[in-house]
Ligand binder design. Structure first.
Ligand code: HEM
Length: 373
């Protein structure tokens, strides 16, 4: 939480430059940069400095993440899912190969550096754990591929016929898995969290009275710590209400594993059917939410909704693994931003979205900001 607080603090300092100019700024772009810096720092311990608004070039890690998540990547991914035959014929890769190689090398480099440096310092100080980023947690549980009889250059699972153990302890990771988890962190956490923060600033700019209530609540808090932010009722209500109206992932999928009778409807879903769960529609269903299209944070003070009527992070065993991380990042970022600035919408009330995307991703958000100090 300290790294997130430091990054948000620098972000606010950089934003304050815009205060005097009074010109509209695109918060979508800057919140994207902020989220990128938080992930780079918390996952890899890297300071990518995207929020340094004067920096002329972007950090290679940011460039490579963008290759993995860019438009070309969406086209190959969509083709691979909808028409795997065509994708194979066109030799489309699910992810950009060069970008994957970059992450492979970066992970190996960080792991080697950490092991050497940590060993030296640990020997000196008799410590075992020196960093607390995600990469370090994974390194702590790493075993070499060979320990598991697994050849990372092959494409399949470990060879069952070898004398090596084929059942790996599930608590330990191979280097390939560490790289994959690092990339998953970006894919799962970057655009989702930056879209959520953009929507929160959007709704607060559209409803200045709610922004003022939040500001007053923040003034009662002497220090933005993990514990204290968790107890701020209105801040958490604003986050919940934002994720209800604008769930960054508008839908997710499941596959039916056995024939399933849907209550008394007379419908049986056959085994093997793909099911689409449409979060956006559930979140705005008037059967569960009075005035479903209105931004009303107060409805979260004593919530009475059905537990499955609110599922911005999914549900069940494949629930979003980054849920708590994302919520804590949003709490810190919103608290710091609203505490320092007053935001006013500087565009038409509706947002424009990228279409053909499961992500509810606004193209931009124009606001002006005024310092409260
Ligand atoms: C506001 C921010 C976020 C939202 C709304 C969100 C939402 C979701 C949703 C709806 C799913 C699918 C869950 C399901 O199928 O039941 C998911 C999965 C996932 N999310 Fe997030 N997420 C967010 C932030 C993050 C962050 C910060 C990370 C990483 C640190 C992350 C990593 C993942 C991963 C790895 C999965 C796949 C989990 C699995 O299949 O087992 N997400 N997320």
């Amino acid at each position: 939480m300290d790294s997130i607080a430091d990054i948000c603090d620098t972000f606010c300092d950089n934003l304050s430059e815009f205060n005097t100019k009074g010109e509209p700024i695109d918060m979508r772009r800057y919140l994207g940069a902020l989220t990128m810096d938080v992930i780079c720092s918390c996952a890899y311990g890297i300071n990518s400095e995207s929020i340094n608004l004067r920096r002329p070039s972007i950090h290679p890690i940011v460039a490579n993440v963008k290759k993995i998540q860019g438009v070309d990547a969406s086209v190959s991914m969509l083709t691979s899912v909808l028409a795997p035959g065509v994708a194979k014929m066109l030799r489309l890769e699910l992810f950009d190969k060069n970008a994957l190689n970059y992450f492979d090398e970066l992970t190996n480099q960080i792991m080697n550096e950490r092991k050497t440096i940590n060993k030296q310092i640990a020997d000196k100080l008799r410590l075992t754990n020196l960093r607390t980023d995600f990469m370090q947690l994974m390194i702590n549980s790493e075993k070499s591929d060979k320990d598991f009889g697994y050849d990372s250059t092959s494409e399949g699972d470990p060879d069952v016929s070898t004398k090596h153990p084929t059942r790996r302890p599930t608590s330990q990771l191979t280097p390939d898995e560490i790289t994959a988890q690092g990339i998953a962190f970006f894919i799962g956490g970057y655009d989702t969290t930056s879209a959520a923060l953009t929507h929160a600033i959007y709704y607060l700019s559209l409803h200045p009275e709610c922004q003022q209530i939040l500001y007053k609540e923040l003034k009662t808090c002497d220090d933005f710590t993990y514990e204290k932010l968790g107890h701020l009722k209105y801040l958490n209500a604003v986050i919940n209400e934002t994720l209800r109206l604008a769930p960054p992932l508008t839908r997710f999928q499941r596959q039916c594993l056995q024939d399933y009778k849907l209550g008394n409807t007379g419908i049986t879903v056959p085994k093997g059917t793909s099911i689409e769960i449409y979060t956006y529609a559930l979140h705005r269903d008037p059967e569960y939410w009075p005035n479903p299209n209105d931004f009303i944070p107060d409805r979260w003070f004593e919530p009475t909704h059905h537990p499955y009527a609110y599922i911005p992070f999914g549900s069940g065993p494949r629930l979003c693994v980054g849920q708590r991380f994302a919520i804590n990042e949003m709490r810190m970022c919103l608290a710091m931003l609203i505490n320092r600035f007053e935001f006013t919408l500087a565009q038409k009330p509706q947002l424009d979205y990228f279409i053909c995307n499961t992500l509810m991703s606004p193209k931009n958000l124009l606001v002006t900001l005024e310092s409260r100090e």
